[in-house]
Structures are given as structure tokens and as C-alpha cells.
Design a protein around this ligand. Structure first.
Ligand SMILES: NC(=O)c1ccc[n+]([C@@H]2O[C@H](COP(=O)([O-])OP(=O)(O)OC[C@H]3O[C@@H](n4cnc5c(N)ncnc54)[C@H](O)[C@@H]3O)[C@@H](O)[C@H]2O)c1
Ligand SMILES: N[C@H](CO)Cc1c[nH]c[nH+]1
Ligand SMILES: [Zn+2]
Length: 429
């Protein structure tokens, strides 16, 4: 079951930069490099080969047709559609508040500066589909893109024997995805970045995936934009003696069941809670459909850590910078100010992470592997570019000229100085 660490052992294994694991194995990077090269050289034929190899067959037509999308609605029960629509409404409402307007600032009568906010034109969403099916990820990636005004929104996801799960197609319709391609893995990322006969290249790729997908995103970055390099899912739970072991265990399992490499940590001030949570973990895993994945993740990548105080727990968590943080302690809300580094926070005994994964509104695509120290979850901002602009009148340039020329001189860039001086001479002529 879950491994127990002292704070020191935990720091050494999961935080210390010297001993922390590298994000991708060398062998993964090599595999992905060769997949990308093959897709660049051979386009659709390469994609078909990988689909045969990994997904149990390759469809002739990579695009999910209008007829297939219509038929998908017949296959998804109405209560599920209703749940997706309710979740979509909350996600839309939360992300609509992130939209920013272009702004113009009149610095003086003679000087104007400002910022243009423009949507990215063509975006590709990766929706994972290897070990589980994620309609919620369709909503989380597509809704902010649509709100930001992305005009061409496409999605890729692995097909199983040539078919994608109908619920993904329905979620794509609810969210406003225009085209769905039946391809996943590193090959789908390469196709989105460089294009094939069937897939036009995009300007930016967003969305989570396994290590092959994440490594591919990191390798194509630069030729195309990416949102982040998302590693395996993570949760850290800070719990005191008021926490309920069965709630804590359920939340650790909810994250561990994603992937053998998912990471679920408990930081607690109560030895009794720690022991009872371990008992609960065993009990709850026993009846879990994804038992093997969850148990492997908890044993190899998870950890339970007994800490001296709640402050000590926050100290470790802020160094870890987890994707998700749950605060299951008395007066949990009053501890929000102690959070420095975390992707998203779930406060109190009745806010499991699942609320945020599916329904509340904030995005579930979040920074992992400590990157919450310097980055944030997916938002409408990720689908916008910000272009700054300035306007100077003749008179304004005259005022600024001596300063600009001085700096140009010091940088020994005479051409820069001349671009100003030439106009001054023009004015005085
Ligand atoms: N951060 C988030 O918001 C979020 C949301 C959902 C899922 N996730 C994570 O995304 C990941 C999903 O992974 P998944 O595997 O289920 O689906 P996936 O779609 O990311 O990967 C499946 C594809 O991986 C490729 N692949 C598999 N084995 C390979 C090999 N040996 N060599 C080369 N390519 C190979 C295949 O092309 C396959 O189609 C999980 O880690 C999960 O925790 C994260
Ligand atoms: N917990 C995942 C992010 O780490 C998101 C997700 C999707 N579906 C269920 N959970
Ligand atoms: Zn989840």
C-alpha cells in the first residue's frame, strides 16, 4: 500500500533537485523523436502504422464524420448529456471572467500605447484516451478556447479499433470543437505540429496526455506553441485529526487510479489519521475497478508523511508545488493564505478534487511536477496573444529623442540613434 516517509526522506525523493527523477526517460525521448521524424517524412502512412501498432487498427478516414458525430448522440444516455451540459455551463461561466479586452492608454496627448488581445487562430486539443476516456478534458480544453475566439479548433484522441468513444464526440459538440481526428499519442502531436495529408498544422497544441504525448509536446515546442508539459496527475492532502480517514483515502485513490505514475501524498499531523487512512486505502482499493493501477501508483509514487504541525505540512507542500492541494483541516478556509505553490486548491472536508475535475468551473489542466512554482492552469489567456503598440507624435519624439539617443550610444547601436536623429533633423529643416 502507500509508502510512509519521514519529512526528510520525502524531501530527498520528491523535492530535492539533485535526487528528483527527470521528467522523461531517455528511451521515451528516443522513441518519440523517431515517431516525430517518421510523421514529418511519411505523413498519414506513418500515422496509420502507429494506430495499427498501439490502438488496435487504423481507420481509412482520420476525421470523425458528421454522420458519426450525429450518431454519437444516440449512444450517450440523456442524463450523461445533461451532466456534461451542466459542467460545461459552470466551466464557461468561470472562464468567461478571464477574458481581457484590448486596451489603449493615452499616456499624454501626444503619446498612445496599448495592448491588442487577439485569439490564436488554429488550436489543436489533445484528449487522452489510452487507459481511460476523458470527456471532461474535452470541455476543459475547448471551452476556454472557444470563449477566447479561436476560429479553428480541432481535437485529436486515440481511436480504439478505428472508433472514438461517442461521449468524446458529444462533449466536443457541447464545447464547440469543429474537427475531431482519430489519432493519439506522440504521432498525433507530430501531425498537429507539422501537418500531414489529412491534418493541417495548428498554431498551438494544448491538453494532457501520457509520457509519450508530453515528451512529443516538449520536442515540437518552438515550431508550435504548447500550453505546458503535463506530467502524471498529482494530489497532496493536508489533513489534521478532524479529517475523516475514509474521505482522505477516497481522494488519494481518486488521483492514483489515473495512472501507475500518478502521485498521491498525505501530509498529516495525526498519527492515528495516518494509520486509519492506510487501513481505508486497503479496503477501498479492494473494490476498485482500477485496483492494480491505483495500488501500483500508491506504492511506488505515493506517500504518507507525518508532520509536526500544519505549518510544516504547508512548508513541504509549497516546495512540492503539487497540481492539486486538498486542505482537510479544521477552519480550512482560513489557511488559504498559506498556499504559495499549487495548481488548484480544494478546501474543506466536502470538496473532493473530483468536484474540480468535473464540475465546479476552474480548469483541470494544471501544472504538474513542481511547475506550479512558476506556472498556472489552463485559462482563456492560453488562447490569446497580446500585441503591444505605441504611437508618438512629432512633438513627442522630439521630447524623447535625447534619452533614446543616449541609451543607443551606450549600447553602441548607432543605427538605433540615427533612426531618431534623422527625424529630428527633418523636423528642424
Ligand atoms: N492533467 C490533466 O488534466 C489530465 C487529465 C486527464 C488525464 N491526464 C493524464 O493523462 C494521461 C493519459 O494517458 P493514457 O495513456 O491513458 O492516454 P494517452 O492518450 O495520453 O496515450 C495513449 C497513446 O500513447 C501511445 N503509446 C502507448 N504506449 C506507447 C509506447 N510504448 N510507445 C509509443 N507510444 C505509446 C499510443 O499512441 C496511445 O494511443 C494519464 O497520465 C493521466 O493521468 C491528465
Ligand atoms: N485529475 C485530472 C487532472 O490531473 C483530471 C481528470 C479528468 N477526469 C478525471 N480527472
Ligand atoms: Zn482526476
Amino acid at each position: 500500500m502507500i509508502s510512509v516517509y519521514s519529512p526528510k526522506e520525502f524531501t530527498k525523493r520528491f523535492i530535492s533537485k539533485k535526487t528528483k527523477k527527470q521528467p522523461f526517460a531517455e528511451s521515451t525521448v528516443k522513441t518519440v523523436q523517431s515517431i516525430i521524424e517518421n510523421v514529418r517524412q511519411n505523413g498519414d502512412i506513418a500515422l496509420q502504422g502507429y494506430m495499427e501498432k498501439f490502438d488496435g487498427g487504423a481507420p481509412k478516414n482520420l476525421v470523425v464524420t458528421k454522420e458519426e458525430r450525429k450518431a454519437a448522440w444516440e449512444e450517450v444516455p440523456t442524463d450523461v448529456v445533461e451532466a456534461l451540459q451542466k459542467a460545461a455551463k459552470n466551466i464557461r461561466s468561470f472562464h468567461s471572467k478571464q477574458l481581457q479586452q484590448s486596451r489603449m492608454m493615452e499616456v499624454t496627448e501626444e503619446v498612445i500605447s496599448g495592448q491588442l488581445f487577439r485569439p490564436i487562430e488554429r488550436v489543436g486539443i489533445y484528449v487522452p484516451g489510452g487507459k481511460a476516456c476523458y470527456p471532461s478534458s474535452v470541455l476543459m480544453n475547448a471551452i476556454p478556447a472557444v470563449l477566447a475566439g479561436v476560429s479553428q479548433l480541432v481535437m485529436v484522441t486515440p481511436a480504439k479499433a478505428g472508433k472514438i468513444a461517442p461521449i468524446l464526440s458529444v462533449a466536443a459538440d457541447i464545447a464547440g470543437v469543429q474537427t475531431i481526428y482519430k489519432v493519439g499519442g506522440a504521432q498525433a502531436i507530430a501531425a498537429l505540429a507539422y501537418g500531414t495529408e489529412s491534418i493541417e498544422p495548428v498554431d498551438k497544441i494544448v491538453g494532457p496526455g501520457n509520457e509519450y504525448v508530453a515528451a512529443a509536446k516538449s520536442l515540437v515546442f518552438g515550431d508550435v506553441g504548447i500550453d505546458m508539459i503535463a506530467g502524471p496527475s498529482e494530489v497532496a492532502v493536508i489533513a489534521d485529526e478532524t479529517a475523516r480517514p475514509k474521505f482522505v483515502a477516497a481522494d488519494l485513490i481518486a488521483q492514483a487510479e489515473h495512472d501507475e505514475k500518478a502521485r498521491a501524498f498525505l501530509f498529516t499531523t495525526s498519527e492515528q489519521l495516518l494509520n486509519e487512512t492506510i487501513v481505508e486505502l486497503k479496503k477501498q482499493c479492494a473494490s476498485l475497478s482500477r485496483r492494480e493501477i491505483a495500488e501500483t501508483s500508491l506504492k511506488n509514487e505515493g506517500g504518507a508523511i507525518l508532520v509536526e504541525s500544519v505549518d510544516a505540512a504547508f512548508n513541504l507542500v509549497n516546495q512540492l508545488a503539487p497540481e492539486h492541494l486538498e486542505i482537510q483541516i479544521a477552519n480550512a478556509l482560513s489557511y488559504l493564505g498559506k498556499v504559495k505553490n499549487a495548481g488548484s486548491v480544494f478546501i474543506g472536508h466536502h470538496t473532493p478534487e473530483s468536484v474540480g475535475d468535473y464540475f465546479a468551473g476552474p480548469n483541470h489542466v494544471l501544472p504538474t511536477s513542481g511547475t506550479a512554482r512558476f506556472s498556472s492552469g489552463l485559462s482563456a489567456d492560453d488562447f490569446m496573444k497580446k500585441t503591444t503598440y505605441v504611437y508618438y507624435s512629432e512633438q513627442a519624439l522630439q521630447h524623447a529623442a535625447p534619452y533614446i539617443e543616449r541609451i543607443a550610444e551606450k549600447e553602441e547601436l548607432a543605427g538605433h540613434g540615427r533612426a531618431v536623429a534623422i527625424r529630428m533633423n527633418d523636423i528642424s529643416e
